[in-house]
Ligand binder design. Structure first.
Ligand code: SF4
Length: 322
């Protein structure tokens, strides 16, 4: 069975339910869904892809959120309706709380994180949050997950429309696999392929994504430069976009070279300045037919042939006992 936390922000209600293993949760109306891969949470190296989707949009990201969602026991977080007041959701295993975000709603990433830690009196948390842009309804707002972000095609905006500033996870312990030894052997194989045999190094939380030492950085500056901006301009556009929590490539496609970028961002975020969205490249849709991608491995790691089909069979056996 897969476990779903359903949070209805309209009526301020939390419901925990189970669905069949072979069932997928369909997003209806204005639902926003966070989905963790079924083998996530057990400590498999490089398995960290979080799937976020609505009726109209789908986006994937690495980071730690999927891992800790699963460690708290959930395969899905389904967010329904819109809250009247700004809120954040806090998940601590069986306990799911809807808490006021009145004081943090218009804060930037770092300030939001610090305030939430203070509010919960807890340092060990993982956060998915929206920035100032989403809270003002900017179309290309992103959902920020530590050093990663996603959801420029409407998901960040949808989270803001729900008055949902953040989702906070307790950093719960890893789930226990059926067979630790087999899992260890598979992890050794992945570590060998990635060129560092020290498995502990993969679990260092300074890494950008759970179970990965590659730590690939953002490619947005290069993409912005391809639009004709200098390195300095691209860095400036990227930094302004990060401050507001919006997609820097789309922001760059709206900006003119001679423009005051800071003023343009303020006009878009605070003064409802109209802008034309040139057709941005949509996030690559998840390829359900790819067994490795379906399991939740990052595409970059899949290309490195970290595992073969027999390994996948063994993985399922040692985690689920199938
Ligand atoms: S290769 Fe990059 S994106 Fe993929 S899991 Fe590792 S750090 Fe994350």
């Amino acid at each position: 069975m897969k476990k779903v936390a359903v949070v209805d922000l309209m009526i301020n209600q939390v419901l925990i339910k189970n669905i069949e293993d072979n069932q997928n949760l369909i997003a209806e109306d204005d639902d926003l869904v966070f989905k963790a891969p079924s083998l996530c949470g057990y400590g498999i190296l490089g398995l960290n892809r979080l799937d976020i989707y609505s009726q109209n949009s789908n986006s994937k990201a690495g980071g730690y959120f999927a891992h800790y969602l699963k460690c708290n026991g959930y395969d899905y977080l389904l967010i329904k309706g819109k809250s009247k007041e700004p809120v954040y959701i806090y998940i601590n295993n069986e306990n799911v709380f809807i808490k006021s975000a009145e004081e943090i709603y218009f804060l930037d990433k770092e300030s939001t994180e610090n305030k939430i830690k203070k509010d919960l009196n807890k340092e060990d948390i993982e956060i998915a949050q929206v920035g100032i842009a989403a809270c003002h309804g900017v179309d290309f707002s992103r959902i920020i997950l530590g050093n990663k972000s996603c959801g420029k095609d409407g998901l960040g905006k949808l989270m803001g429309e729900k008055n949902l500033k953040a989702i906070v996870l307790n950093k719960a312990e890893f789930l226990k696999p059926k067979c630790r030894e087999k899992l260890y052997n598979i992890n050794r194989k992945i570590a060998n392929k990635l060129g560092n045999e020290d498995i502990e190094a993969y679990y260092n939380e300074q890494n950008n994504c759970f179970g990965c030492i590659v730590n690939c950085g953002s490619t947005s500056i290069k993409k912005i430069m391809k639009k004709g901006f200098s390195l300095e301009e691209a860095e400036n556009l990227d930094s302004i976009s990060n401050h507001y929590g919006m997609d820097s490539c789309i922001f760059a496609s709206i900006a003119d070279k001679e423009e005051d970028f800071e003023k343009l961002a303020e006009d878009i975020v605070f003064n409802n300045k109209s802008y034309e969205l040139k057709s941005s490249k949509k996030s690559k849709i998840h390829d359900e037919s790819d067994e490795f991608e379906e399991l939740g491995f990052c595409r970059f790691l899949i290309k490195k042939n970290i595992l073969d089909h027999d390994d996948i069979k063994m993985l399922k056996e040692c985690i689920l006992g199938e």
